[in-house]
Design a protein around this ligand. Structure first.
Ligand code: PLP
Length: 420
């Protein structure tokens, strides 16, 4: 039996309609921006493997650091015990994040980083004896697939089977470059009572919604309005963190910072599932108490895993060693030039870009995540050995930062060659 047949027999893949999807391509090796399948065919990883990969696959420095850590201390319970890589990583993250953050809570993935953040906000108010339980979010938000994260995300195709079980939230319209006044008014209205615990948002880019972008100035104002009403704010930088928007963090474009920042995906350079929920000290202080019942009731078996910490530290070292922010600037410039070319394209609209994130919509009668165009686009690029994963009729390009300008051009040319 081939690997593909064995895969089909026993594995259930995420976000895949197994009945109609083509067989999964089995990858055996990665190097830089490329992945190689079992037949030896080389693919350009143009989604950075679900937005995780930063410096390229199997980066030798990160691989080495993980190996060294694995041979020394691979895992230890993180309640009552700690270890040097976790301490060092917390120091390093607090060093590169905007000033004001003081504590790092580790978990395993983007959804768990969000669950922890939501629970921190709800328990913050409970510990203070305040009846604040409402959460505000954007209508098209996506914050993950666990129940809390789904609750603060868009209601729609991703959540339909579970809608009845999700907790109620207040939705604001999805922000864009024209509706700032409406959103500020909606936010003020949502906070009319004293019952709002938190406002959660994806800063500058709503990724899974179709790379919907909005201006930093608006977000700055929304955070300031929340601060006036003492509503806690959660910046979900799971996608935008580590250079995607051109700066190390999307928060770097703001003057008002959120009370909590969630990081995952690129945190380990794309090597290991790992996450951090980073808070300002006053959040932590609300849990710091003589009463044991005031502690944060959250944790996972692998919280603070030393291998994840080692990978994250190594990835941050690569940022410095390889001057990754310069590479990010080069990709951003190439995207900007290509965006100009795309704006002339007869079948493409809403070309948008923030740093290394480039997205656009193909004109079609059937829009949305379940658009039939999605499968045609997907197969077209796979036939050209380019891994792209359209969100319905929306195509985005998100590359590992080590991509060469020649490979970038190959991706661009393939986009131009697609006929709707
Ligand atoms: C903004 C954002 N938050 C949270 C998540 C959830 O992360 P994970 O898939 O690691 O649970 C994602 C995943 O795409 C995301 O884009």
């Amino acid at each position: 039996m081939t690997l593909r047949e064995r895969d089909k027999r026993h594995i259930w893949h995420p976000y895949t309609q197994e009945k109609t999807a083509p067989d999964n391509i089995v990858m055996v090796r990665g190097e830089g921006a490329y992945l190689y399948d079992e037949k030896g065919d080389r693919y350009i990883d143009a989604t950075s493997s679900w937005w995780t990969n930063m410096h390229g696959h199997a980066h030798p420095h990160i691989a080495q650091r993980i190996g060294e850590q694995a041979a020394k201390l691979e895992q230890v319970i993180f309640s009552g015990f700690s270890h040097e890589p976790a301490i060092e990583l917390a120091e390093k993250l607090l060093d590169i994040l905007p000033v004001g953050y003081g504590k790092v809570f580790y978990s395993d993935n983007g959804s768990t980083a969000i669950e922890a953040a939501i629970k921190m906000c709800l328990q913050y108010w409970a510990n203070k004896g305040a009846a604040r339980t409402k959460v505000i979010c954007f209508r098209d938000a996506y914050h993950g697939d666990t129940f809390g994260a789904m609750s603060v995300s868009a209601r729609g195709v991703f959540t339909d089977p579970y809608t009845r079980l999700l907790f109620d939230v207040v939705f604001l319209d999805t922000p864009d470059y024209t509706n700032g006044e409406t959103i500020k008014a909606q936010l003020r209205e949502a906070m009319a009572g004293d019952d709002v615990a938190a406002f959660i948002f994806e800063p500058l880019v709503l990724g899974s919604a179709g790379m919907k972008m909005y201006p930093p100035a608006l977000l700055d104002e929304l955070i300031a309005i929340c601060a006036e009403r003492k509503v806690l704010t959660i910046a979900d930088e799971v996608f935008t963190g580590f250079g995607r928007t051109g700066r190390m963090f999307a928060t770097g474009y703001l003057t008002h910072t959120a009370d909590i920042i969630c990081l995952s995906k690129g945190l380990t350079g794309g090597f290991l599932p790992f996450a951090a929920t980073v808070t300002k000290d006053y959040i932590y202080d609300a849990f710091y108490h003589d009463e044991r019942a005031k502690m944060l009731f959250h944790g996972h078996s692998y919280t603070g895993n030393p291998l994840g910490c080692a990978a994250a530290l190594a990835s941050l070292e690569v940022f410095e060693m390889e001057k990754t922010l310069d590479k990010i600037a080069a990709i951003s410039a190439a995207h900007a030039a290509f965006a100009e070319r795309l704006s002339q394209h007869p079948s493409i609209v809403h070309v948008r870009q923030h740093g290394t994130i480039l997205a656009f919509d193909f004109v079609t009668e059937q829009e949305g995540y379940l658009s039939d165009l999605r499968d045609r686009l997907y197969r077209y690029f796979i036939d050209r050995r380019i891994m792209l994963r359209p969100l319905g009729n929306v195509l985005y390009i998100l590359l590992p930062y080590c991509i060469s300008l020649e490979d970038l051009e190959e991706v661009y040319e393939a986009v131009l060659g697609f006929e709707v």
